[in-house]
Design a protein around this ligand. Structure first.
Ligand SMILES: [Zn+2]
Length: 427
């Protein structure tokens, strides 16, 4: 009885080593370091291989067994008491953008490593097995699609199509995996995960602005992408009086002005962005005959996202109704909003509270491996602030104490999910 109580006490007071987590992040950041203090470790390059070797070595040292699947996803497994139970998994990615930072993805993987190191030191065995995963090519910078490893694992597209993807030099994913020695033989996906947790920097400004070390992520925003084509008529800028013009740019500007207001009634989760804009023929003395621009709509609720899409359609019809101007709306891609698993979100919140860490609920507007994995397994995410909300940038930075806080939440969320049986055998 005493031993049982001691063991429970011991796990409740358990904490990660924030200094060791920081040192590991800095050690990994030396591989593919850029002059401005960032990282360039593109998927399946020599730098990626070195990063994978380093982190796999650390995971082995912490007592985990490494397996690699056909897409190079790395799974490090820590056995539980009952290995017929599906594993409780955590992880992220260690590939970066060409001018990427030291924390995006890397934090999620190394926070998982730190959890495993603590459990190894304390000789704690969970009921369900634990795993740390490193997903291949999350960034999508060298090979498309983005979130390749987790997407194929979740069955969003086939492993064959991912292996056939080529970079700008015509080198395929399959060849690159073989070249760096990460062409594993384990099939991609097709096995059950008991739970998936991913710790990640927020990549936005909210937590820092509000002075909170942890964000409890309740789900990811849905996304609708459109192209808009506004067609008028090209004509000479000199001889054509204003009232005779069919100026595509004039209509496009008025339309964009209206479109950018359509998220206002749907704050705080409604978002609209026109990020790409092209004018034809783009010549100083020609009235623009055509304008192409993009629209990116996001919201957490499917019904509201649909309302926003309808409003976009109405605005296009309204502006296209003018004489001589045609407005065409083309759907490009749609990803439905993804709520995370309530039970796991609640567990993250409870663990954060129990640790006395100030926090708030939030949603992720960016894509993460967790968003794909949430389609096939109960999933939750833990956000920590990054300095000035800046990411995908060499200046990306985070505070050691926030990274430590997030890793402690991860530790306890995983322990509570995997379960720890009372230990009586020490009596
Ligand atoms: Zn990331």
């Amino acid at each position: 009885m005493t031993a049982t109580m001691n063991k429970q006490l011991q796990t409740e007071t358990l904490r990660v080593d924030g200094g060791r987590l920081w040192d590991s992040l800095m050690d990994l950041a030396r591989i593919g370091a850029t002059p401005k203090g960032g990282n360039c470790r593109l998927a399946l390059t020599e730098e990626d291989r070195q990063g994978r070797d380093l982190v796999s070595g650390w995971l082995r040292d912490a007592g985990l067994e490494i397996r690699v699947d056909q897409l190079g996803n790395i799974f490090a497994r820590r056995p539980g008491r009952n290995n017929t139970l599906p594993p409780v998994v955590t992880g992220s990615h260690i590939d970066t953008q060409p001018t990427g930072g030291r924390f995006d993805g890397n934090y999620g993987v190394l926070a998982g490593l730190e959890v495993m190191r603590v459990l190894d030191e304390q000789n704690i065995t969970t009921d369900a097995p634990l795993e740390v995963v490193i997903w291949t090519n999350e960034e999508g910078s060298r090979f498309v699609p983005v979130m390749m490893g987790s997407g194929a694992f979740a069955g969003m597209f086939s492993t064959e199509s991912a292996l056939a993807a080529r970079d700008h030099d015509g080198i395929s994913v399959a060849d690159s995996l073989a070249r760096i020695g990460y062409d594993g033989d384990m099939p991609v996906g097709g096995r059950q995960l008991g739970a998936y947790f991913e710790a990640h920097i927020e990549q936005g400004p909210v937590l820092e602005q509000e002075g909170l070390p942890v964000g409890v992520v309740t789900g990811s925003l849905g996304l609708s992408w459109f192209d808009v084509v506004v067609t008028g008529q090209e004509a000479h800028a000199g001889p054509t009086p204003m009232e005779y013009r069919r100026d595509a740019l004039q209509t496009a500007c008025a339309l964009v002005g209206d479109i950018l207001t359509l998220a206002r009634p749907h704050a705080p989760h409604g978002r609209v962005t026109c990020g790409e804009f092209r004018v034809f023929p783009n010549s100083r003395n020609v009235i623009p005959g055509r304008v192409n621009f993009s629209v990116d709509l996001r919201h957490l609720e499917p019904a509201v996202l649909t309302q926003m899409e309808q409003r976009l359609q109405e605005l296009c019809e309204k502006h296209g109704g003018q004489t001589g101007i045609e407005v065409q709306l083309i759907e490009v891609q749609r990803i439905p909003p993804t709520p995370f698993a309530q039970e796991l979100v609640e567990r993250v919140r409870t663990c954060t509270q129990a640790l006395g860490i100030p926090h708030r609920d939030m949603v992720t507007g960016a894509g993460h491996d967790a968003v794909y994995i949430s389609r096939i397994a109960p999933t939750a995410m833990i956000f920590v602030p990054c300095v000035d909300g800046i990411s995908h940038n060499e200046c990306e930075d985070a505070k050691p104490e926030d990274l430590e806080a997030g890793a402690n939440v991860l530790l306890h969320a995983m322990l509570h999910t995997a379960g720890i049986s009372p230990v009586t055998d020490t009596l």
